[in-house]
Design a protein around this ligand. Structure first.
Ligand code: HDD
Length: 767
């Protein structure tokens, strides 16, 4: 027992879960005054890089890490200075004329400190303000030079550092993570031929077809300008007014109202480049391309009621999840795939490949894997890296080129432009997280906050005084694909762009019944919040063109009749696509099992402590994250267990599954029949409303529950059924006899690996 106790310090499980690396300072925290950014010092002391599996592997081999090392600052063991490097004796008291007198104007230490503080904030991103990021690497599966000359794809095993930022779109910087929204999925590849930013989303289509409409879309979805409400939500009149008048939005709405818009984790969502891009090889041959990121952990989502509660219980839910997984050495991973097609193939498609509201169904053009991406390091500083990183759809490298998608063409302008005001000038590429690993040589000079000290008197070309340097790179450089163009200047769009419903219908009919019900419920929620009946009606009229059952389901939820369909914008017939099973979230269960999933063990006095320890250890062994949850933290009376989180601070929505272990009969039976006969040391779970609510919400949110022996009484008291609405046993409710906990845990783990038992759902919920 002593050995066991030593192996399992319950209030100190971090080393078990994360490895010692959780406590190791980041590698490369070189305490050397190696640059202008480091504080003055005389000692030299470098923290060794942890090895593989210790939290931050291969750090020393990541050139991005080396380049950031230049600017990392570590204050340990240092004395306080001003920004001019002058040592400060006391920066807690201002300089006064007598202890009770006025402050001296000459107090430059006070003035510098306050002045800097006054200017700490920069404008937030006009969209995607709320986000979280990590460093890692991309690794090519092979030599892909036949399709692209992009150097990062030139050889099997070639690694390129990346910085990836995930985000929501509509909410402000401090808004909640779990709101219904598209998620940004922006990847900066620091390739040896310059930076390539693949600035994508977790949904492969977009709301609009032309960049000209972007300000309108964003004005409509952001908080309404007169009263600044609602925050981080599309469920309001201006968004749905815009949507109901813009039928091109319909396909995107199907995705936006699906569970794609409430992911369980950034680690569990796909990413897409959205637009059609071009890949170009060294011979100048080009092929069209769509980019897909596929998560190793599978695609998994929250349910809406849970997402809404989570926004209160932990507004940082996704940020924390990403951070903790990386600290634990459970590195998130995605595979990069491409759909490749020629201009001739594209001409045969029943949609226009330049229309960003259309997908290329995977059944039409398969996704070929070309590499993988691993995120293995958290940023050292949120502002310096995550906030100051500047992604830009215009940042491409030789081998990657644009298509004429009018949304993409507008993006090429917008991103650089926005950084100039957000990051204070044209030199944002010199901010360390934005600086390419490839060298920069050009005649651009000066501007706000310039860091480079360009040498010599020549800053123009052609020149002879600098021997013509820097030289034009010719064919070694980026050469735009010479696509022949001949047309009249017009404002308008191709006729095929006006087929707004065929692919919306394709998406709808490719969803499982559960997913379809969630889409209906999503529309019901959003349109119930809409105050203007005409907007609801117009939106319903658009949905009729997608599917009658969808429109009828939403109309029913709103207490309305189904209106006649909105007139179509084109006389072209709708295309009848076969269903695409790849569009269902359930088609990618993932390969990481229960790793990183969080399990609450609900404990109260009388709990079978040995069983708790066994289950805890077994879950840790599988890479899950177990925690003891009870009424109060601290030692559980009569046991050697420490409760780690209380019901109050660790409510149901934070957990992927829950276990109610067996309890001593003397403690367990009291609950239902003997009010007032409290057991020593606390309320029995069966009478603790917080515990009852906990398991009810686990049930309502389709999560697995395991109860052993007397533990089952809590589920009975909460009214949790063991069978599904169709009478079949619920695979997510595992009830075990006393002494059979170990076998039951295996069944529980299998249910947990499936995440949820959606078949349990009824509308309205019965528990
Ligand atoms: Fe955008 C940020 C993705 C259309 C203008 N966008 C931004 C970010 C992502 C996307 C992921 C956040 C990057 C980060 O983490 O810093 N945007 C998309 C996708 C689009 C799209 C996938 C359509 C396919 N965006 C789009 C259009 C425009 C913009 C049509 C303007 C014409 N987007 C911006 C921006 C932002 C931005 C204003 C705000 C902050 C920033 O750029 O750095 O320039």
């Amino acid at each position: 027992d002593e050995q066991l106790a030593a192996a399992m310090p319950f209030n100190d499980t971090k080393p078990l879960e994360y490895g010692d690396a959780a406590f190791t300072p980041h590698a490369g925290e070189t305490r050397t005054p190696s640059s202008n950014f480091a504080t003055a010092s005389t000692s030299t002391e470098t923290v060794a890089s942890p090895k593989d599996g210790e939290g931050h592997p291969n750090i020393g081999n990541n050139p991005l890490d080396g380049s950031l090392d230049r600017v990392r600052v570590d204050d340990s063991g240092r004395e306080l200075t001003t920004n001019q490097g002058v040592k400060v004796a006391d920066n807690q008291d201002s300089l006064k004329i007598g202890l009770r007198g006025p402050t001296a104007m000459e107090d430059f230490i006070l003035r510098e400190k306050i002045t800097h503080f006054d200017h700490e904030r920069i404008p937030e991103r006009v969209v995607h303000a709320r986000g979280s990021a990590a460093q890692g690497y991309f690794e090519s599966y092979g030599d892909h030079s036949p399709i692209t000359r992009a150097s990062l794809l030139a050889a099997a095993g070639k690694r390129t550092p990346v910085f990836v930022r995930f985000s929501t779109v509509a909410g402000e910087r401090g808004s909640a993570d779990t709101v219904r929204d598209v998620r940004g999925f922006a990847v900066k590849f620091y390739t040896d031929e310059g930076n390539w930013d693949l600035v994508g989303n977790n949904i492969p289509v977009f709301f609009i077809q032309d960049a000209m409409k972007f300000p309108d879309l964003i004005h409509a979805v952001k908080p309404e300008p007169h009263n600044g409400m609602p925050q981080a939500a599309s469920a309001h009149d201006t968004f749905w007014d815009f949507a109901s008048l813009s039928p091109e939005i319909t396909h995107m709405l199907m995705w936006h109202l699906s569970d794609r818009a409430i992911p369980r984790s950034y680690r569990m969502m796909q990413g897409f480049g959205v637009h059609t891009f071009r890949l170009v090889n060294a011979q100048g041959a080009s092929v069209f391309c769509k980019f897909h990121w596929t998560p190793m952990a599978g695609t998994h989502s929250l349910v809406w009621d849970e997402a809404a509660r989570l926004a209160g219980a932990d507004p940082d839910f996704h940020r924390r999840d990403l951070w903790e997984a990386i600290e634990a050495g459970q590195f998130p991973e995605w595979e990069l795939g491409v759909q490749l097609f020629s201009a001739e193939q594209a001409a045969q498609f029943p949609f226009d490949i330049l229309d960003p509201t259309k997908i290329v169904p995977e059944e039409m053009v398969p996704v070929q894997p070309i590499g993988r991406m691993v995120l293995d390091r958290n940023p050292d500083n949120f502002f310096a890296e995550t906030e100051q990183v500047a992604f830009c759809a215009a940042h491409v490298v030789p081998g990657v080129d644009f298509s004429d998608d009018p949304l993409l063409q507008g993006r090429i302008h917008s991103y650089i432009d926005t950084q100039i005001s957000r990051l204070g000038g044209a030199n944002f590429h010199e901010i360390p997280i934005n600086t390419p690993l490839a060298q920069i040589h050009n005649n651009q000079r000066d501007g706000m906050h310039r860091q480079s000290v360009n040498r010599g008197r020549v800053s123009y070309e052609p020149n002879s005084l600098a021997g013509g340097c820097p030289f034009q790179a010719g064919t070694k450089g980026f050469v735009s694909f010479p696509e022949p163009q001949q047309a009249s200047k017009v404002r308008g769009k191709p006729e095929l762009f006006a087929d707004h419903y065929s692919q919306a219908r394709l998406f709808w009919k490719s969803q499982t019944p559960v997913e379809q019900n969630h889409i209906i419920a999503g529309f019901r929620f959003e349109l119930t919040r809409v105050q203007t009946p005409a907007i609801r009606r117009r939106m319903l009229a658009g949905l009729v063109n997608v599917d009658q059952r969808l429109a009828a389901g939403v109309a029913d939820g709103l207490g309305m009749e189904v209106p006649p369909p909105l007139p179509l914008s084109t006389s072209l017939p709708m295309h009848d696509y076969p269903p695409s099973p790849a569009l269902s979230l359930f088609s990618r269960p993932g390969a990481t099992g229960i790793r990183t999933l969080k399990v609450a063990l609900l404990v109260a006095p009388g709990v079978d402590a040995a069983q708790v320890r066994d289950m805890y250890a077994a879950l840790l062994d599988c890479g899950a994250v177990p925690r003891l949850v009870g009424e109060r933290i601290g030692r559980l009376p009569g046991t050697d267990l420490d409760v780690e989180i209380s019901f109050e601070t660790g409510p149901s929505v934070l957990w992927d599954g829950a276990i109610v272990p067996d309890r001593d009969d003397a403690y367990a039976g009291l609950a239902a029949d003997a009010p007032g006969s409290d057991t020593p040391g606390g309320t029995p779970l069966n009478r603790d409303v917080a515990a009852l609510e906990f398991v009810r919400l686990q049930y309502r949110h389709d999560k697995p529950l395991l109860a052993v022996g007397n533990g089952a009484q809590l589920l009975h008291a909460a009214g949790i059924p063991q069978v599904l609405p169709d009478g079949e046993p619920d695979p997510g409710i595992v009830i075990a006899e006393r002494g059979e906990g170990a076998a039951a845990l295996v069944r529980f783990e299998a249910a947990l690996a499936h995440h949820r038992t959606y078949a349990r759902e009824t509308d309205p919920p019965i528990v």
